[in-house]
Design a protein around this ligand. Structure first.
Ligand SMILES: [Zn+2]
Length: 91
């Protein structure tokens, strides 16, 4: 009986919130991706491509929008339409 080689060692899947920059379990954050120049919520975290993570709160969403953090995190050149994302996450 040898010791199992532990890789990962119960590391939690932690992501950094774009709004408050705090690290949080990814189950507490929502994934955001860019599609056709628009930021959309990736509810099941399955959409391909680069994703950004944020707390689904008014404060964190608006903080990241005002810092234009989504465009940078998602490597979007030019304007990224945040309207729908903002409505969905801040209601
Ligand atoms: Zn946050």
């Amino acid at each position: 009986m040898g010791r199992a080689v532990g890789y990962g060692d119960k590391m939690k899947p932690v992501r950094t919130c774009l709004g408050c920059r705090a690290r949080a379990d990814r189950s507490l954050l929502v994934r955001v991706v860019a599609r056709d120049g628009e930021a959309v919520v990736d509810q099941s975290a399955i959409l391909p491509g680069r994703g950004a993570w944020v707390h689904p709160t008014f404060e964190c969403v608006n903080k990241s929008i005002s810092r234009k953090a989504f465009g940078r995190a998602l490597r979007v050149e030019g304007a990224l339409d945040m309207g729908r994302l903002q409505r969905e996450l801040t209601q």
